[in-house]
Design a protein around this ligand. Structure first.
Ligand SMILES: [Fe+2]
Length: 361
């Protein structure tokens, strides 16, 4: 069997879109490739792990785990937000779980207690310990930024600022303009496919829409589907089409749609009175989770929201079927690499290029 380095080297960064094959199947099948992706890109890029709304009140905290990194975000009594590794500095137990409101966080193992600003407050029965400075045993901080309604974390020590990375999106959709939207709903889907299969599907420049999403395609002007690559972002935009029939699509696509993807695993879809986002989280080489959040403008009535969520669910089920079919094909001996449609799949090519650059570095 080839080494992971050999497989990663198979994508030639020097080939232009028109001549380049896609990455080999092994990138979508091997756990050692996912392990490299985790170390070299997933933990080094910004992840929208919580909504600001969950941390409105002094004393609130939200905990979770991304790619085996447990985190906790806290708002202290002075209103300051902070993020930490949710790991006790004594013997590594997770300090807290879930979310809630607390004066301080107490480890359930030996009772070490931390202030919400991360400082160690109490370490019981350490009487004879030597060379122990309590101030050196606070929770370890994680890089955090705010953009839109989310709290973002980055698990590398000195990441590029998120606000700069999202600047082209902020120009098109100012993050302040999202403040008036109301959070409605989160829905997650577990898929039997590599996380990149799902991202590839999103970045094909609308190529699959008229074949795989016929109801949606009738509402879009696919001839005017545009893709702009602005590292580490890809912006896809599409005007509303002519059809006024069927479900909520005509209404929700008035004014066109902006589909933004932030490398490597976050999608932002703004259309009419709706915002939905999709966070793609790997579970294993051949499984991933996609987490959708839905936001609506204040004027939307319940019936519109219901129809909109149903329409989105239908499109997602169509994508799930496609992505799981692709994953089965990737396992076949009859497939190794594919090709790009140069006038449509420039976003997908950019993704693979950035991925290969990060993996080969
Ligand atoms: Fe799709």
């Amino acid at each position: 069997m080839s080494t992971v380095a050999q497989e990663i080297a198979r994508f030639d960064l020097n080939l232009p879109l028109e001549s380049s094959p896609t990455p080999p199947s092994s990138w979508y099948l091997r756990e050692d490739v996912l392990e490299c992706e985790k170390e070299r890109l997933l933990l080094g890029h910004w992840q929208p792990v919580a909504r600001r709304q969950q941390l409105q009140h002094a004393g609130s905290f939200v905990s979770g785990c991304f790619m085996e990194q447990p985190y906790v975000i806290t708002r202290d009594q002075e209103g300051q937000l902070r993020a930490f590794y949710n790991v006790c500095r004594h013997h590594a137990a997770l300090v807290t779980s879930g979310e809630g409101c607390a004066a301080h966080l107490t480890c359930p193992y030996h009772g070490w207690t931390y202030y919400l600003d991360g400082r160690l407050r109490k370490a019981p029965r350490l009487g004879a310990v030597k060379e122990f400075q309590r101030e050196q045993y606070g929770l370890k901080p994680i890089q955090m930024e705010l953009w839109g309604p989310w709290v973002w974390l980055n698990f590398s020590p000195s990441p590029n600022p998120l606000s700069a990375q999202l600047a082209p999106l902020s120009q098109r959709v100012p993050p302040e303009s999202l403040d008036s939207l109301r959070y409605q709903y989160t829905r997650s889907y577990e898929l039997n496919c590599n996380w990149k299969v799902y991202v590839d599907n999103y970045l094909d420049g609308g190529y699959h829409v008229e074949v795989a999403h016929q109801a949606l395609a009738a509402q879009l002007d696919l001839d005017n589907y545009q893709t702009q690559v602005m590292a580490p972002l890809v912006l896809q935009t599409c005007d509303a089409g002519g059809s006024q029939q069927g479900d909520d699509f005509a209404e929700r696509l008035a004014g066109g749609a902006v589909y933004a993807w932030l490398y490597p695993n976050w999608m932002f879809n703004r259309y009419g009175p709706v915002l939905d986002t999709n966070w793609v989280v790997p579970i294993s080489a051949e499984r991933c989770l996609t987490v959708f959040e839905y936001y609506f403008a204040a004027g939307c009535d319940e019936d519109f929201i219901r129809r909109s969520l149903e329409a989105s669910h239908r499109v997602q089920l169509e994508d799930v079927e496609i992505c799981e079919s692709v994953q089965r094909g990737l396992r076949s001996r009859g497939y190794d690499v594919g090709r790009y449609a140069p006038s449509l799949e420039m976003g997908e090519y950019a993704f693979h290029h950035w991925l290969a650059r990060d993996l080969q570095s």
